[in-house]
Design a binder for this molecule. Structure first.
Ligand SMILES: Cc1ncc(C[n+]2csc(CCOP(=O)(O)OP(=O)(O)O)c2C)c(N)n1
Ligand SMILES: [Mg+2]
Length: 249
């Protein structure tokens, strides 16, 4: 197999194509995770994938490795349990913003407090995608969704602050900045404690169109123009993506 295609060994190709809508960013995250596994030369038998429920939560079914599709919001405690039972396994959670920060938010808080050595990749499409576009914990202020027709009046969760409060690893990237996304996942997988990669990704069907984007390409161009890479800071500003500096306490 060509070197650039070797990431495919982590995919269960017989389960493809994914059920995701045309233009969805989830596939790029799935691919970036596989590329990161390949670059780190992971042994498939040493990795376990855990997902929750939602469009992002479908990810677990596409890896050719042991994987668990848990109940909504419960990916993190299941991942912690697996890691506790066998500390030699690399345990990677891939799930949605609603799953990890909404219904599972309490678990995230306590996993960061324990600094459980798992890596969490959050598909942050700023919406409950699978159920049709309801407001989620990452929906921006004043954004119209099916459940906030007048605009969201609640401030989005500051996930960076939650992760950094317990000195865990935090990186933010987007589905436009693919080289940066892969690098962020690699650094997260190398991290000795809990690591969290916040991936801003487009949901054109249940979010983008409602807020005025014509297509997924326009959303990607927005990410390109709006986000600046800053890999040399302890705390990212709202319009920055980056791998934040971490120092062992
Ligand atoms: C306990 C429970 N509550 C609610 C639901 C309904 N539900 C299914 S997917 C979903 C939203 C998932 O949103 P997110 O985690 O952001 O993933 P996305 O679909 O946006 O990728 C909800 C609320 C459920 N399946 N189980
Ligand atoms: Mg979502």
């Amino acid at each position: 197999m060509e070197d650039t295609m070797r990431f495919k060994r982590f995919l269960k190709e017989e389960n493809l194509p994914t059920p995701w809508c045309p233009g969805c960013g989830n596939g790029q995250i799935l691919k970036s995770a596989c590329q990161a596994f390949e670059e780190l030369n992971f042994d498939k038998r040493q990795v376990v994938i855990v997902s929750g429920i939602g469009c992002a939560g479908r990810s677990a079914g596409f890896f050719d490795m042991d994987s668990v599709h848990t109940a909504h919001g419960r990916a993190i405690p299941v991942a912690e349990g697996i890691k506790t039972a066998n500390e030699n396994l690399k345990v990677v959670v891939l799930s949605g913003d609603g799953d990890l920060l909404g219904i599972g938010g309490n678990h995230l808080l306590h996993a960061t407090r324990r600094n459980t050595p798992i890596s969490i990749i959050c598909y942050s499409n700023e919406i409950y995608g699978m159920t049709g576009g309801q407001v989620s914990p990452t929906t921006r202020l004043n954004t119209k969704t099916v459940t906030t027709p007048e605009g969201n009046k609640d401030c989005p969760v500051n996930v960076q602050a939650i992760i950094k409060a317990h000195n865990c690893f935090y990186a933010r990237s987007t589905t436009f900045h693919l080289a940066h996304l892969k690098k962020s996942i690699i650094e997260a997988l190398r991290h000795p404690g809990l690591s969290f990669v916040d991936v801003i990704c487009q949901c054109i069907v249940n979010n983008g169109r409602r807020v005025g984007f014509k297509d997924a390409f326009e959303m990607l161009m927005y990410y390109k123009n709006n986000y600046k890479i800053n890999d040399n800071t302890e705390l990212l500003k709202e319009n920055e993506i980056g791998i934040t500096r971490w120092t062992s306490a």
